[in-house]
Design a binder for this molecule. Structure first.
Ligand code: HEM
Length: 514
């Protein structure tokens, strides 16, 4: 009898002991996080210091998801400019500290846990370690030089001519609705694919301005928080065969096709040792002629680098163009001033001068800076860890290796620097303006990021913005264009998906030509 009870209760006892052990572990972990962790003394809600579930709730479950930026903004109002937003992360909201935090001189690591979120952990962008990032980034930089972009810029000009010809043919006077998100998505997709891979997809000629590449980049960002917080979802998804992905998500077809083409292009470049004539101007050829060691030049590594370049190049440029157009159409006074400047500077609309010349136009430049400010680049905070010594913020000492983040949204909407910050006011950028602390206002333009990890493609981004907007608003078609069922909520940040997203269900910025 005794033996029988003992046998029966054995699993029960094990369960009790295991459960008690678990509770004890959680209790000890909680105590450590709240009272003994090196960042225990920093202010912030205790629950967020105790568990990652708070961050997870706001990123995945609250409302439409992606609500964490709004929540920690509220915490800053309550607890001050430096707060603990999770058991292992501090967040600072103080625009003046941005350039210290994202300094070009200090070694800085990115967290490992976000390296896999876009399926390209071997890219420079995703690389956690500072030294490895430096090596990869130095190899990328020459490819994106200003001179190289300037040489390429006539191709952007040609794409714009195609777009304008199509608008005249298919949209003007027809009442047909034009999605500017799609139109600019075609321009940015064609540009990056031609610039980096010497491929010509001619998305600008596709029916309804549909660029599968652009749409795929938008779709790929949608699950980003899930992929970070529930990493096995990413592993499952990335291990699915192409045929199944096609079946589950038919819109991925063109991306898979693009990926396959890219892979065979890389294989071609690799087998020619980077010396083949055919792909001589591609990013792959450029990387093969860099000082990168052989283990950095594998097919997979080059694939990851190209995904990163496309992902970074397509979406952010498209979004900035869309934000610019919305506000310019929404403010007749701004539109009139811009059109007047362009008409004076460009006597013949069919002969738009070079990017260099356009960049000298003050009002166009001011509109571009203001659109960049309000499109943020990324809406998610950018976490960094400083491995080589403590970081000092006011009276606080942040221990070496601690994850700290800041975000662009807070700087763009710092009312002391950008009064009436939610309004589009190009004039704030005119005449070499200063911030209240006496520094150039441009020091607070942080939408391309700052420091060692800032945007590689900044020159290409600017070239597209200048050439795109100058052609569009100089065109005679513009006098008849007006917004169609579009308001501010179609461009304002409502959901963070690494990149900013408007309210759910928004159809983007649309216009018609009367
Ligand atoms: C308006 C246009 C653009 C904006 C606002 C923008 C913004 C940004 C931002 C904020 C980052 C830092 C992201 C982070 O650290 O989490 C970044 C990185 C990057 N951007 Fe851009 N970008 C633009 C256009 C482009 C273009 C056209 C390219 C060209 C292909 C490009 C390529 C990259 C790459 C490769 C990185 C990773 C750099 C690294 O980690 O070392 N971007 N961009």
């Amino acid at each position: 009898m005794i033996t029988e009870v003992a046998i029966l209760s054995y699993p029960f006892n094990a369960l009790i002991i295991g459960g008690a052990g678990g509770v004890l572990y959680c209790f000890a972990l909680g105590l450590w996080r709240l009272y003994f962790s090196p960042i225990a003394k920093f202010p912030g809600p205790r629950l967020a210091a105790l568990t990652y579930l708070v961050e997870i709730y706001y990123e995945l479950l609250c409302g439409e998801g992606g609500q964490f930026p709004f929540q920690y903004r509220k915490w800053h109002q309550q607890y001050g400019p430096i707060i603990r937003v999770s058991p292992d992360e501090l967040h600072i909201q103080d625009s003046a500290y941005h350039e210290t935090m994202y300094s070009p001189n200090r070694p800085v690591n990115k967290p490992e846990k976000i390296a896999h979120r876009f399926g390209n952990p071997l890219s420079a962008f995703a690389t956690p370690d500072h030294a490895k990032h430096r090596q990869r980034r130095s190899a990328l930089n020459p490819f994106f030089s200003k001179m190289k972009v300037a040489q390429f810029s006539p191709e952007i000009q040609m794409s714009m001519q195609k777009i304008l010809a199509r608008l005249e043919r298919e949209y003007v006077g027809t009442g047909r609705v034009l999605s500017l998100n799609r139109m600019w998505g075609c321009l940015s997709s064609d540009t990056i694919v031609a610039f980096a891979f010497e491929r010509h997809y001619d998305f600008v000629e596709s029916p309804e301005f549909h660029s599968a590449l652009n749409q795929a980049m938008i779709d790929l960002l949608e699950p980003t928080h899930w992929l970070v917080h529930v990493p096995f979802v990413a592993r499952i998804f990335q291990s699915l065969p192409d045929s199944l992905v096609r079946y589950l998500q038919p819109q991925m077809d063109s991306v898979i096709h693009f990926n396959t083409e890219l892979t065979s292009q890389i294989a071609e470049v690799l087998s020619a040792g980077g010396n083949g004539e055919k792909n001589a101007g591609t990013i792959f050829s450029s990387l093969l002629h860099s000082s990168l060691p052989a283990e950095e030049l594998t097919l997979t590594r080059l694939q990851h680098e190209s995904i990163s370049v496309i992902g970074a190049g397509v979406e952010s440029t498209m979004r900035t163009l869309v934000v610019a157009c919305f506000h310019i159409f929404d403010n007749p006074r701004i539109k009139e001033k811009l059109v007047m400047e362009l008409t004076e500077a460009i006597p013949d609309a069919r002969d738009v001068p070079s990017w260099d010349y356009l960049a000298q136009l003050p009002y166009l430049s001011a509109c571009i800076e203001e659109a960049l400010r309000l499109s943020y680049g990324t809406s998610q905070r950018m976490p960094r860890a400083f491995p080589n010594g403590a970081l000092h913020y006011r009276n606080w000492t942040i221990p070496a290796g601690t994850m700290v983040s800041m975000d662009t949204y807070a700087v763009s909407h710092d009312e002391e620097i950008f009064p009436d910050s939610f309004s589009f006011i190009p004039e704030r950028w005119l005449g070499n303006p200063k911030a209240p602390d006496g520094k150039q206002l441009s020091r607070y333009m942080v939408s391309f990021g700052k420091g060692t990890r800032s945007c590689t493609g900044i020159q290409l981004g600017y070239a597209e913005l200048y050439i795109g907007l100058a052609n569009f608003f100089r065109s005679s078609l513009i006098s008849d264009a007006k917004l169609y069922k579009t308001d501010k909520s179609d461009v304002e940040l409502a959901r963070d998906r690494f990149a900013p997203r408007p309210k759910l269900g928004s159809l983007g910025v649309r216009i018609v030509f009367e």
